[in-house]
Design a protein around this ligand. Structure first.
Ligand code: ADP
Ligand code: MG
Length: 241
């Protein structure tokens, strides 16, 4: 297992947001989290890369307990990349500079040393001619692809994606899903919170339906989308499919 969550509990005040989440993610697997707004998908992803402290339970990354109190979260966050709905690129930096920033800071690499690997990443995701563009010269889809490249530049072991197509115009969603598809084929371990049910159905190894902070039902895409067992799963799917 690359990532293992055991009985994760998380509350904000009296609001219990994650209530006993158990999840195992194997190398190269793609896990999709689906569920209504407020069911806890974003909080779960944020807990996985220690952006949010958990109240109870444990998180293991490659056999290491990363939920131990007092552990420095920075090295862990470098090993678990995350991409958000809003791309959060720095507007005063070119695409390439945005991508180089974290490796320069975290690994102390120079621009020169990063030029070849970063160019290769832009090339790999069809962005070779966009490296020197500023974010406002890029479409939303291109900005989101740059944000993905930026996370990949840290060479993470796991990638987390939180509704990364939700803010895009419909005609731009496909190019971002194509990047995820390519990553999936290249063996990246990925966890996605998504409303793209067709995509989850096509590519997920495991689909988890979250309801009030619990994984109410988990299974293969065909189990969840074709033969869901729980009434709440059925009712959610009837609303979104
Ligand atoms: P989802 O991503 O499935 O829409 P979230 O994880 O964003 O769900 O939210 C789950 C619940 O946690 C919601 O009730 C939300 O209001 C609450 N919540 C999320 N983040 C915070 C926060 N930083 N402070 C207080 N409550 C929060
Ligand atoms: Mg969310």
């Amino acid at each position: 297992m690359v990532l293992r969550l055991e009985n994760i509990q998380k509350s904000f005040g009296s609001n219990v947001v994650l209530d006993g989440i158990d999840l195992e993610i194997g190398k190269g697997q793609m896990v999709c989290l689906i569920g209504a707004s407020g069911s806890g998908k974003s909080t779960l992803l944020r807990c996985m890369n220690l952006l949010e402290p958990i109240d109870d339970g444990a998180i293991w990354l490659d056999g290491q307990d990363i939920s131990e109190p007092g552990l420095d979260p920075q090295p862990v966050r470098r090993r678990i990349g995350m991409v958000f709905q809003s791309f959060n690129l720095f507007p005063h930096m070119t695409a390439a500079e945005n991508v180089m920033l974290a490796p320069r800071r975290a690994k102390g690499l120079s621009r020169d040393a990063l030029k070849a690997p970063v160019s290769a990443l832009f090339e790999r995701f069809g962005l070779a001619d966009r490296m020197d563009h500023y974010p406002d010269q890029l479409s939303g889809g291109q900005q989101q692809r740059v944000a993905i490249v930026r996370a990949l530049a840290m060479e993470p072991e796991v990638m987390l994606f939180d509704e990364i197509t939700s803010a895009l115009d419909p005609e731009l969603v496909g190019e971002v899903l194509d990047v995820l598809r390519a990553l999936r084929m290249q063996g990246m371990t990925m966890v996605l919170a998504t409303h793209e049910m067709g995509f989850a159905r096509e590519l997920a190894d495991l689909v988890c339906f979250l309801d009030n902070g619990r994984i109410l039902e988990a299974g293969t895409p065909s189990q969840i989308f074709e033969t869901p067992e729980q009434d709440r799963t059925k009712s959610f799917l009837s609303r979104v499919l």
